[in-house]
Design a protein. Structure first.
Length: 133
């Protein structure tokens, strides 16, 4: 996981460096994406309070940003972690708090996510619009 996260980080740095005139919103989107990958994918444990670190960067992004949508979805799903449904069931907690909301947002915004994975932010700071309502 750590090697894949490092590779994705390098792709994001190169992609950001290639932008002609990146804005603070572009920087926030790239940093938030890398932070999400490191905290939620590369780590072997997810805790609901990790999402709190996403909000400062996510609040800079436009309302239609898939990264902002992901942050909001994860924060609501993270509330499940404070219920009795995940006590003693770490896999169920991981699936309910992280996998389900992430898959939901990724499927709805696949083209934008695919471009972001490749380091192509189209100088839009994660402002790609969802193609589905």
């Amino acid at each position: 996981g750590a090697l894949a996260a490092a590779l994705l980080y390098a792709i994001q740095v190169v992609g950001f460096a290639r932008m002609r005139s990146p804005s603070p919103v572009d920087l926030a989107a790239v940093c938030l994406f890398v932070e999400f990958v490191v905290l939620c994918v590369a780590r072997n444990k997810f805790s609901p309070w990790y999402v709190g670190s996403f909000f400062p960067l996510a609040m800079i992004l436009p309302a239609r940003s898939w990264l902002l949508q992901l942050t909001i979805a994860l924060s609501f799903a993270g509330l499940i972690g404070f219920t009795r449904y995940t006590v003693g069931l770490p896999l169920a907690g991981y699936i309910l708090m992280l996998a389900v909301p992430t898959i939901w947002i990724v499927v709805r915004n696949w083209d934008a996510v695919r471009r972001a994975l490749a380091g192509h932010w189209d100088e839009s700071g994660g402002r790609e619009q969802s193609t589905r309502a």
